[in-house]
Design a protein around this ligand. Structure first.
Ligand code: TXA
Ligand code: MG
Length: 323
C-alpha cells in the first residue's frame, strides 16, 4: 500500500489502476472512498472483499455531474432540481437504473435502482475525469469500523488491501452523504448526511423519512443494516452529563463535565458542522487501550445533528458480533 500526494502523475496512475480493475482509496468532501470501476463487477467484488462486508450492501457510484449521471440512471425533474442546488456535494440520489446501464449489478446489490452522486472534492473529480468511468465507492474502512476522514485512517484500516491511497488531507464535511430515494412517488430520506433534510425540503417540499432509520432512545435494528455499523471497539454511552475515570469523553459545547481520563470536544462553540467534521477522527482517538468506555454528550437533533446522532446511535448499538 502506498500513500501518494495528489499530483497529475499520481492521479493518472490511480486512474490506470481503476481501469485495470484495481482499487484506489480517494478523498471526498465527506469521507474517504474505497474506489473501484463501477462498471466492472470484479472490481466491485474486490471492494466488498477488501472491506470484509458481511453483506453486499449497494454502493454509491460517483460521477462528475448531472449530465454524466443520466448515462446510468433514469433521471427526473426532482433529481434535476436537487442536483442543480446540491451537486457537486454530499447528496446521493437513488434513481431507477436506466435501460442498458453499465453499472455493475453487484454495485447495486441486485436492486433495480442506482445510488449516484457527484462529489465536491477536487481530487475525486480529477480521478473520475481521468478514469472516464463512474467510480463505485463505499467508505474506505473495514466493515463495521469508523469511517475514515484522513488518509492515515484508511491506511490503518485497510493496509495492503488497497494498493494506492490518494491523500487529499482531512475531509471537510466529515459525515457521509445524505441518501435520498427518488425512485418512488414520494422522495424518501434513507440516510441523514452532509445535506440536512431541511435544506432538501426547502428545494422540493416535504419528504418522508425511512422507518429503517434509527430513532428515539433505543438502537433500532433494521433488516439488512448492521446496527453496529459505525462502532468503535469500546462500548459507547450516549447522553453523558458526567464522565468517570475509566471513560473517554466526546464532548460538545462550552460546558464540559470534568473527570474523564481523556476528553475531545467535537465543537467547543457548539457548531454542528465542526462537530461532524471531527466526529470520526475523535471517536477513533478515544477508542484506545486504557479507556474502558466512550461517553458522548448530547448533540442537538437538528440539521447535521441528525446525521451525527445517527452515527452515534449505531456506534452505541452493540449487536454482539465481532467487529
Ligand atoms: O459520503 C458518502 O456517501 C461516502 C463517500 C465515499 O462518497 N460513501 C458512502 O458509501 O458512505 P457507503 O457504501 O458506505 O454507503 C452507501 C449508502 C448505504 O447506506 C446504502 O445502503 C445506500 O447508500 N444505497 C446505495 N445504493 C442504494 C440503492 N440502490 N438503494 C437504496 N440505498 C442505496
Ligand atoms: Mg460506510
Amino acid at each position: 500500500m502506498r500513500v501518494a500526494e495528489p499530483t497529475a502523475q499520481s492521479v493518472a496512475e490511480a486512474a490506470r489502476l481503476l481501469r485495470d480493475g484495481q482499487l484506489v482509496a480517494f478523498p471526498t468532501e465527506t469521507v474517504y472512498g474505497l474506489g473501484g470501476d463501477a462498471t466492472n463487477e470484479r472490481a466491485v467484488a474486490a471492494i466488498f472483499a477488501a472491506k470484509g462486508r458481511p453483506q453486499f450492501n449497494p454502493l454509491i457510484s460517483h460521477v462528475l455531474d448531472a449530465e454524466a449521471a443520466q448515462q446510468f440512471v433514469r433521471w427526473n425533474d426532482t433529481a434535476d432540481r436537487l442536483a442543480a442546488r446540491f451537486w457537486p456535494g454530499p447528496l446521493t440520489l437513488v434513481l431507477p437504473r436506466s435501460e442498458g446501464s453499465p453499472i455493475a449489478l453487484l454495485a447495486t446489490a441486485g436492486l433495480d435502482t442506482v445510488a449516484i452522486r457527484a462529489p465536491a472534492h477536487p481530487v475525486a473529480q480529477a480521478l473520475i475525469r481521468a478514469t472516464g468511468r463512474p467510480i463505485a465507492g463505499p467508505s474506505a474502512n473495514r466493515s463495521g469500523a469508523v469511517s475514515p476522514t484522513r488518509a492515515e485512517h484508511v491506511a490503518e484500516s485497510l493496509g495492503d488491501r488497497v494498493p494506492l491511497i490518494l491523500d487529499g488531507g482531512p475531509c471537510l464535511v466529515g459525515v457521509e452523504s445524505t441518501v435520498l430515494d427518488l425512485s418512488a412517488a414520494t422522495p424518501t430520506l434513507l440516510r441523514p448526511g452532509g445535506v440536512p433534510r431541511e435544506a432538501i425540503e426547502a428545494v422540493i417540499g416535504p419528504i418522508s423519512v425511512s422507518h429503517a432509520l434509527p430513532s428515539g432512545d433505543s438502537p433500532h435494528k433494521s433488516p439488512g443494516q448492521l446496527a453496529s455499523h459505525y462502532a468503535p471497539a469500546r462500548p459507547v454511552r450516549l447522553g453523558a452529563t458526567s464522565a468517570g475515570p475509566d471513560e473517554g469523553l466526546l464532548a460538545f459545547g462550552p460546558s464540559v463535565p470534568p473527570g474523564a481520563m481523556l476528553t475531545y470536544n467535537l465543537s467547543p462553540s457548539g457548531d454542528l458542522a465542526e462537530a461532524a467534521a471531527n466526529l470520526f477522527a475523535q471517536m477513533r482517538a478515544l477508542d484506545r487501550p486504557g479507556i474502558g468506555r466512550i461517553a458522548v454528550m448530547a448533540i442537538p437533533e437538528t440539521g447535521l445533528g441528525l446525521a451525527i446522532n445517527d452515527r452515534l446511535r449505531r456506534a452505541a448499538a452493540d449487536d454482539g458480533t465481532a467487529r
